[in-house]
Design a protein around this ligand. Structure first.
Ligand code: CP
Length: 304
């Protein structure tokens, strides 16, 4: 049984195996048009207490590609996240739904609920995103970087904007490869930066111009996370100097790529010139979710 609440729950060699298998499955699918039904008889249960386009689609297709089945539990059915009016005890949910399925993927905003669910499940667990972590996104980001730079060690990634769940998971992933993660974030959000301090090769650089110098990739995330939409005006004011513009991106080397986990706002965190420009890797990064989903499910259900 394996539980992935945060990316560092995976040892570095496991991350490398997942990235390798992701590419193997991609090549097999492209060559033969289908994959062997390695997960026949296996079931993935997915709880989405918050909406998802990419994660949900990728995991549904991945399970189908490998011969397995999926079950989808809406937030109001699962009743263990913040969308529920009438909560079910997480332990009761975990033992019943975990008994039905071979792996549970859950997107519940509150990390504490995700941890409680993972601890109580009698089966495998994947955190499909919470307020603190987005491990499957980080695996997509690592795969994208590996494909573009043919290595994962010795890279510098500059994350410009808010110190989000996506930033934290990617910082954990890069630490596994001795790559550098530089976070450039407003001083107003300094308390959020504190939880990054124990991550190896982490650096905080307040000035975004300095942060992107020598970066292999510049990455950002939405300025309107689910629980902070009410603060939009104040957030826009604070984050304005951290928009990834053509002017900022021009300070990077010619082979530097732009990344974003999507959905993106071309009016907020990044301009259209950058995200729609020739150095943007955002679609490759998003499609990587399918390759990662197949490999992660295989890793949880078939390997070791
Ligand atoms: N990036 C990401 O997690 O996309 P979804 O919210 O659409 O799953």
């Amino acid at each position: 049984m394996k539980k992935i609440v945060q990316l560092s729950d995976l040892e570095a060699h496991c991350i490398s195996d997942i990235l390798e298998v992701a590419e193997d499955f991609e090549h097999l699918k492209s060559k033969y048009g289908e994959l062997p039904p390695l997960l026949r008889g296996k079931t993935l249960g997915m709880i989405f207490d918050e909406p998802s386009l990419r994660t949900r689609s990728a995991f549904e297709i991945a399970m189908k590609d490998l011969g397995g089945a999926t079950l989808h539990y809406r937030g109001d059915e699962a009743r263990i996240g913040s969308s529920a009016k009438d909560l079910e005890h997480i332990k009761d949910f975990a033992n019943v739904i975990g008994g039905f399925n071979d792996v549970i993927l859950s997107r519940i905003y509150d990390n504490r609920a995700q941890v409680e669910l993972a601890q109580n499940l009698p089966t495998n667990f994947i955190n499909g995103m919470c307020d603190l972590h987005h491990p499957t996104q980080a695996l997509c980001d690592l795969l994208t970087l590996k494909r573009r730079f043919l290595k994962l060690d010795g890279l510098k990634v500059a994350f410009v904007g808010d110190a989000t769940n996506v930033a934290f998971s990617l910082a954990e992933g890069l630490a596994a490869y001795n790559s550098q993660f530089v976070l450039s974030s407003p001083i107003e959000y300094a308390p959020l930066v504190e939880r990054f301090r124990n991550i190896r090769n982490f650096e905080y650089v307040q000035d975004p111009d300095k942060a992107v110098e020598g970066a292999h990739a510049v990455i950002t995330d939405s300025w309107t996370p689910l629980n902070r939409k009410h603060e939009l005006d104040e957030r826009l004011r604070i984050l304005e100097p951290y928009r990834v513009t053509e002017k900022l991106f021009a300070k990077t080397a010619a082979n530097c790529i732009f990344m974003h986990n999507l959905p993106a706002s071309r009016a907020h965190e990044v301009t259209a010139e950058v995200i729609d420009g020739p150095r943007s890797a955002v679609y490759e990064e998003a499609i990587a979710r399918l390759h990662i989903a197949r490999a992660l499910l295989y890793f949880l259900l078939k390997s070791g």
